[in-house]
Design a protein around this ligand. Structure first.
Ligand SMILES: Nc1ncnc2c1ncn2[C@@H]1O[C@H](COP(=O)(O)OP(=O)(O)OP(=O)(O)O)[C@@H](O)[C@H]1O
Ligand SMILES: [Mg+2]
Length: 309
């Protein structure tokens, strides 16, 4: 197995469709969509679609944990999660087509004890052996400390496997001190990390320069403006073509899956960035988060604009 994704706060993601959502009223919904959620699982799902060999891990528990396993297996995601006493969380997204709104209710996640976390670390080290990349993505259950990603990356250091981190807020702030191989904030997360606005190209270039003190590859994604990547003394911007967006949730995860897929194939930065962009944009063409249709990739890839700085 080549890739390992770590999802600390996996969830049952249910998207329900209501035509004209009313607060304080009974709302009738159409048939919902359910999927194995959490950003690491989005990355795993897309890597799987790209025919890459990927194993998903994290914490799982209770009845929803069983359901999560069922949903992962439905997507052919190979999984080996650590079983906890608590219950896997449930996240609800309400899509209102009439008012064009998306309302999300995301649970904080289960209680994970210190013993469970320490036991998980041992399991993680064991299943990490032989992997080429470890991708750590998404939120952290509130019962775990702020330096959880920092602890995990440090604990895995002696294996010498590049760790790729997609986290935000205090978790990201702490984790960069453990010097992961790559971090991929979006522009809002990068602003929060650095404490200044990323509203000009100069500021974004400055941000990449600041971030690269902590990692070998620095990526900032910026929705339809595309992405900026620093790697091996080069900075490139990748601008996606204009497309008819359906749902951009999970575009960052699909982008990351495309990026590691091409990194592992030792492609050059231009190909890595164009393919990652194609995956991020292809995700936005589907309703499901962390999903894409392979047939969309080539057309988008051909039309990605690359700017060198
Ligand atoms: N509106 C859009 N049009 C075209 N491409 C898009 C659009 N939004 C996102 N993308 C593509 O996906 C990439 C990642 O998007 P974005 O910056 O929104 O990530 P994100 O905020 O981390 O997403 P998430 O955390 O929901 O997965 C962009 O760099 C771009 O290539
Ligand atoms: Mg993101």
């Amino acid at each position: 197995m080549t890739f390992l994704t770590v999802t600390l706060n996996a969830s049952i993601d249910r998207t329900t469709f209501i035509n004209g959502f009313n607060i304080n009223k009974i709302n009738r919904s159409d048939t919902p969509i359910e999927s194995a959620g959490g950003k690491g699982l989005n990355v795993a799902r897309v890597l799987n679609i790209l025919e890459k060999d990927v194993l998903a891990t994290g914490f799982i528990g209770g009845y929803y944990g069983e359901k999560l396993k069922y949903l992962m297996e439905k997507d052919n995601i190979k999984n080996d999660f650590y079983q906890i006493k608590g219950e896997t969380r449930f996240c609800l997204a309400i899509v209102d087509k009439k008012n064009n709104t998306l309302t999300e209710i995301n649970e904080n996640g289960p209680n994970i004890s210190k013993e469970e976390f320490e036991d998980f670390l041992k399991k993680l080290k064991f299943i990490s052996k032989g992997k080429k990349f470890i991708i750590l993505s998404g939120s952290v259950p509130t019962s775990l400390p702020e330096d959880t990603y920092f602890q995990i990356i440090n604990y895995l250091k002696d294996l010498n496997i590049p760790c790729i981190l997609d986290a935000s807020r205090k978790y990201l702030k702490k984790a960069i001190q453990s010097k992961p191989f790559l971090i991929k904030p979006n522009h809002v997360e990068a602003q929060d990390l650095l404490g200044y606005e990323l509203n000009t190209i100069d500021n974004i270039l400055k941000a990449l320069n600041d971030i690269k003190n902590f990692c070998e590859m620095a990526v900032i994604t910026y929705q339809d403006k595309g992405s900026f990547i620093y790697y091996q003394n080069n900075i490139l911007q990748f601008i996606p073509p204009k497309v008819n967006i359906v749902n951009t949730v999970g575009s960052g995860d699909a982008f990351l899956a495309g990026l590691v897929a091409k990194l592992e194939e030792n492609k050059d930065l231009e190909e890595i960035g164009k393919f990652a962009t194609a995956c991020g944009t292809a995700n936005a063409l589907t309703q499901r988060a962390g999903y894409l249709k392979k047939e969309d990739l080539f057309t988008i890839y051909k039309n990605v604009k690359v700017i060198k700085f």
